[in-house]
Design a protein around this ligand. Structure first.
Ligand SMILES: [Zn+2]
Length: 335
């Protein structure tokens, strides 16, 4: 789906991100398109889709604020073979200086093949090394008139100040759950209840909501997580770690479980503060939430939330899985 062959075709079909879309369209309309953009947002937030539709709009022969979907360029975008929209790829974990030199710097002086612009999309901006950023900087400081760079990143803080100052940074915000729910029901034929739960648990992330709503495992995953959290105090550390391990081995993404655990303890904290079950994500587990809220101190809940967040960061940084989980479970049980 990265290059988005044959899916959504224009801005009006995107759920949320109204401000970002309005900004991009205004730039096109007023012919004030920047040379470099950063689209920042977590995985699943919609960066790839926005970049693809923006690029398609810029290249569309009808020159409007939405791609026409019918001209040669639009059809090429649909087929994933628009020659003047270039996705920068990398084999290793990091996007290094060689990739930037070969795929951008050595290529940018060649005029567009058949379109108005030559657009470079860098999908994993957060993996760029400093050397790669410096190599890119040389090009975006003095780009040819037709060049547009779109850097996608989960985190714009990794960029050098010199890169940031040359780019327009657009931060994607969480999308309202009601909009996500409507999208899931209308566009993906997800039944009402599942759409509701998926939208709320996605925390405003459309990609995540869609994944939750369309995978049969989400409801089961939620149940399993609740089961463990309810019995946390009766379980031995190794039993909890064992559970998470079995999850990681059999299921797709351990991050989903960690997210659910995070949301659970946020509920616990929220309930401890407000004593109000309304608005809790796990409202149907109120007695267990109440029990945790009564037993745990504020500092303890905070420590747990931090431990889960830290575990997510460690996993992303490829720290040993068992060690990471053991540390997290230890904090969860100690507090
Ligand atoms: Zn077109």
């Amino acid at each position: 789906m990265r290059n988005g062959v044959g899916i959504m075709k224009n801005f009006t079909q995107i759920v949320g991100h109204d401000e970002v879309i309005a900004y991009l369209q205004k730039g096109i309309e007023e012919e004030k398109v920047s040379h470099a953009y950063i689209l920042a947002g977590e995985k699943g937030a919609g960066k790839h889709l926005l970049a693809r539709i923006f690029a398609a709009t810029l290249q569309c022969e009808k020159e409007s604020i939405n791609p026409c979907g019918a001209c040669r360029s639009c059809l090429q975008v649909d087929g994933g073979n628009q020659p003047d929209i270039i996705y920068v790829t990398h084999e290793k974990a990091h996007l290094g200086v060689e990739e930037i030199r070969q795929q951008i710097n050595a290529d940018v002086a060649i005029k567009p093949y058949s379109s108005k612009y030559k657009i470079y999309i860098i999908p994993d901006g957060e993996t760029m090394t400093e050397a790669a950023q410096n190599a890119l900087l040389k090009t975006i400081e003095e780009p040819p008139a037709y060049a547009v760079f779109i850097l996608l990143t989960e985190n714009s803080n990794i960029f050098l100040p010199t890169i940031l100052s040359r780019c327009v940074t657009l931060q994607l915000k969480p999308v309202a759950p009601a909009s996500i729910k409507r999208y899931l029901m209308e566009q993906c034929q997800v039944p009402d209840y599942l759409a509701e739960v998926s939208a709320r648990f996605s925390q405003g992330n459309v990609g995540k909501a869609k994944r939750y709503a369309t995978s049969e495992e989400f409801m089961q995953m939620k149940q399993e997580t609740v089961h463990v959290l309810k019995h946390l105090d009766d379980m031995k550390n190794y039993e909890v770690v064992q559970f998470i391990k079995s999850v990681a081995e059999h299921k797709k993404d351990v991050n989903d479980y960690l997210d659910l655990m995070l949301l659970w303890f946020r509920d616990v904290l929220m309930f401890k503060v407000t004593q109000d079950p309304n608005g809790l994500l796990f409202a149907d587990e109120i007695s267990a939430i109440r029990k945790h809220a009564e037993r745990k101190e504020y500092e303890g809940i905070e420590a747990i939330v931090n431990a889960i967040e830290k575990a997510k960061i460690r996993l992303r940084a490829n720290v040993n899985f068992d060690t990471t989980m053991e540390l997290m479970v230890l904090t969860m049980k100690e507090n």
